[in-house]
Design a protein around this ligand. Structure first.
Ligand code: PBG
Ligand code: MG
Length: 354
C-alpha cells in the first residue's frame, strides 16, 4: 500500500514544537484547534455555497447574433435571444436552477405608460418562449416593473411628477399575465408598489395560472448600487429624479420586516432583499422572523465593485466572489441572484473534482 494514501488514518499533522510550559497560557478553549488543517476546517464548516443557490440575471436585446458589452459591468453583455438560449443551455448544463431576464428596450418603444410591457410579443416574452422551448429544464424568472419600458424610467405610471400606486398595480397585473402566458415560471415584481403581490396573485389565479410562483422584491431599497443595471437596461438615460417615494430608505430595518410580512400575507411564495451585501442584516432578520424562502440580490453595483477592483489587481476577484456569496448563505439566504452565477458554478464544478 502506498504510504502517500493516508488521509483517513488520522495521521498526525506536522506541528510546531509546543511552547515551554512556563510560557503557555492556561486556556481551556483554543478555537484555533478546529482550524488547524483543511480537513478540520471542512469538518466544522457551518455553511456551504452550491450551484443550487444561484439565480443568474441576464440582459436581452433585440436583434440576432449579437452580444453588446455593458461598459459599467465588465464581463456582462446584453444578449440577443439566440445567444440567450445558448447561455441558458450552458447554465442548465452547469446545474444553475434559474435565470432572471431583463430587457433592453429600444428607445422608440418606450412611452409614458410603458405600454410595450403589455405586448405579448415583446422582447422578454420572445426570450421566455425561446428559452422554455429549447431549455425547458431551467427555471425562468421575469421582472415585473415598468422601468425598462417607460420614457421617464420609473417603475410605475407617473402623473404630475408623482408615481401612481393603484393605477400602476392594475398595469403590473397585466404585465405579469403577459409574462406568465409566455411561459415564465416565476414572476418577480420589483416595482415596490403597495398591494401588487395580492393583485398579481389574484390575476394569475383567475387566469388559471396557479403554478406560476411569485418572488417578491419585498424589501427593495432606493440604492446607489443599481447604477450599472440602469446602464444595462438603458434607464439611466431615461430616468428623471429618483425612486425614493417607492423604494425603501436605506436607514430602515423594521420597515423591511413589515414590507415582507405584507407580501407574504398577499401570497408571495418567496421573498427577496435587495441590494445584497450592504443589507445582510435585513436578510438575516427576514429569514429568522419568517422562516420562508429568502433570496438576496447581489446587484449590479456590487458586481461592478468586485470586478473593478479585481481587474485593477487590487483584490483576488475569485476569492472575493466566493466569500461574498458564502456570506449570503451565512446570513440566512436560500439563494442569491448574482451576475457571478456562471463563474461560480464553473468554479464549484472544477473544485468537485479535487
Ligand atoms: N425594476 C427595476 C430593477 N429591477 C432590478 C434592478 C436592479 C438590479 C441590479 O442593480 O443589478 C432594478 C433597478 C432599479 O430599481 O432602478
Ligand atoms: Mg411592499
Amino acid at each position: 500500500m502506498s504510504s502517500r494514501v493516508t488521509p483517513f488514518t488520522g495521521a498526525p499533522q506536522p506541528q510546531a514544537a509546543p511552547a515551554p510550559a512556563h510560557e503557555r497560557l492556561a486556556l481551556s478553549h483554543r478555537p484555533r484547534r478546529n482550524r488547524k488543517s483543511e480537513w478540520a476546517r471542512r469538518l466544522v464548516r457551518e455553511n456551504v455555497l452550491t450551484t443550487d443557490d444561484l439565480i443568474w440575471p441576464i440582459f436581452v436585446v433585440a436583434g440576432e447574433n449579437r452580444r453588446d458589452p455593458v461598459a459599467s459591468m465588465p464581463g456582462v453583455e446584453r444578449l440577443t435571444v439566440d445567444h440567450a438560449v445558448r447561455e441558458a443551455a450552458r447554465a442548465a448544463e452547469l446545474g444553475i436552477p434559474c435565470l432572471a431576464l431583463f430587457p433592453y428596450t429600444d428607445r422608440a418603444l418606450r412611452d409614458e405608460a410603458g405600454s410595450e410591457a403589455l405586448n405579448p410579443d415583446n422582447l422578454v416574452c420572445r426570450a421566455v418562449r425561446a428559452i422554455k422551448k429549447e431549455v425547458p429544464e431551467i427555471g425562468v424568472l421575469t421582472d415585473v416593473a415598468l422601468d425598462p419600458y417607460t420614457s421617464h424610467g420609473h417603475d410605475g405610471l407617473m402623473r404630475d411628477g408623482r408615481i401612481l400606486n393603484d393605477e400602476t398595480v392594475a398595469v403590473l397585473v397585466k404585465q405579469a399575465l403577459v409574462q406568465a402566458e409566455a411561459g415564465c415560471d416565476v414572476v418577480a415584481p420589483s416595482d415596490m408598489m403597495d398591494g401588487r403581490i395580492g393583485a398579481i396573485r389574484q390575476g394569475l389565479d383567475e387566469a388559471g395560472l396557479l403554478d406560476v410562483q411569485i418572488m417578491a422584491y419585498a424589501a427593495k431599497y432606493a440604492s446607489a448600487f443599481y447604477g450599472p443595471f440602469r446602464d444595462a437596461v438603458g434607464s439611466s438615460a431615461t430616468l428623471t429624479g429618483d425612486k425614493r417615494t417607492y423604494q425603501m430608505d436605506p436607514a430602515n430595518g423594521d420597515e423591511a420586516i413589515r414590507e415582507v410580512g405584507l407580501d407574504l400575507d398577499e401570497g408571495a411564495d418567496m421573498v427577496m432583499v435587495k441590494p445584497g451585501m450592504p443589507y445582510l442584516d435585513i436578510v438575516h432578520r427576514v429569514k429568522t422572523t419568517f422562516g420562508v424562502p429568502t433570496f438576496a440580490y447581489q446587484v449590479s453595483g456590487e458586481y461592478a465593485m468586485i470586478r473593478a477592483a479585481a481587474d485593477h489587481g487590487w483584490l483576488d476577484g475569485e476569492k472575493a466572489m466566493i466569500e461574498s456569496l458564502l456570506a449570503f448563505k451565512r446570513a440566512g439566504a436560500d439563494g442569491v441572484l448574482t451576475y457571478f452565477a456562471v463563474a461560480v458554478a464553473e468554479k464549484l464544478k472544477a473544485s468537485a473534482w479535487r
